[in-house]
Design a protein. Structure first.
Length: 262
């Protein structure tokens, strides 16, 4: 079985700040990490590799050259090889252009049975790239996968997370599955794996390597653009009411009347 995992290097959201004047992310000094949901996707692939002899796991990402550090982390976790789609032409891509580029990279890698991706990236939260990549490749997809139940000949059975439960779906392979954090707990890297990962070769491809035209990727192929990013204004300090239920209700009504809410 051949598995491909789509991964993304993202800024650590615990450290991200927004320029109050420009409304843009301040990336200087902000550490980059493997997108958490993508770590769950990779772990799901590695578990299948452990279970089924002969299974290989490839990781593909689109990003700047420094994304190779994240890919080496994936190799240290157990992936067999890694590919980075990196070019100035890819810059400014929205989810539409990103999925086009990833699909082109996956076609260049070759045959595959399952493509895993994280549900969404923490720097965008769109949850669109996985399903869009499946659409570009012309294969089915299942999002919000919380469990892989069974691998069959030509299909896979999974649980798809819902707000009030889950549904069981059997989908034909090849397919795209997007993972949620409840799917598993990503494994730790070993010292030996880390050493091997930093000696491994990571293939870096530009638009020519994956047979893409400049007008079909990056900003030129992005119908959506971020107009402005901002931090919501902090809310005022809350006020705790005390007394009996009737007293607190009367006080609350009085304050709402003062604010002309009622």
């Amino acid at each position: 079985m051949k598995i491909i995992v789509c991964a993304k290097q993202v800024p650590d959201t615990n450290e991200v700040k927004i320029d109050p004047v420009k409304g843009t992310l301040i990336r200087d000094g902000v550490p980059s990490i493997l997108n958490p949901d993508d770590a769950n996707a990779l772990e799901a692939a590695l578990q299948l590799k452990d279970e089924f002899e002969g299974t290989t796991v490839s990781v593909i990402s689109m990003g700047p050259p420094q994304a190779t550090y994240m890919l080496r982390e994936c190799l240290a976790m157990g992936a067999d090889d890694a590919f980075l789609l990196s070019s100035r032409t890819f810059g400014g891509a929205d989810t539409c252009a990103t999925s086009t580029t990833l699909a082109a990279g996956i076609r260049t890698i070759g045959d595959y049975d399952i493509i895993f991706a994280g549900r969404q990236a923490i720097d965008g939260d769109t949850a669109q790239v996985g399903p869009q990549t499946a659409q570009r490749l012309g294969i089915p997809s299942v999002s919000y996968v919380q469990k892989v139940r069974e691998i069959k000949e030509g299909s896979v059975i999974v649980e798809r997370q819902l707000e009030d439960g889950y549904e069981v779906i059997e989908v034909k392979t090849p397919c795209v599955l997007t993972a949620v954090k409840e799917l598993n707990d990503p494994r730790y890297m070993t010292v030996e794996q880390i050493e091997n990962a930093y000696q491994a070769e990571i293939k870096i491809w530009n638009e020519d390597d994956v047979n893409l035209k400049a007008e079909d990727c990056g900003l030129k192929a992005s119908p959506t653009q971020v107009f402005r990013s901002f931090t919501p204004a902090p809310k005022g300090k809350g006020e705790m009411l005390t007394g009996t239920v009737s007293e607190m209700a009367a006080t609350l009504v009085g304050k709402l009347q003062e604010l002309h809410v009622i």
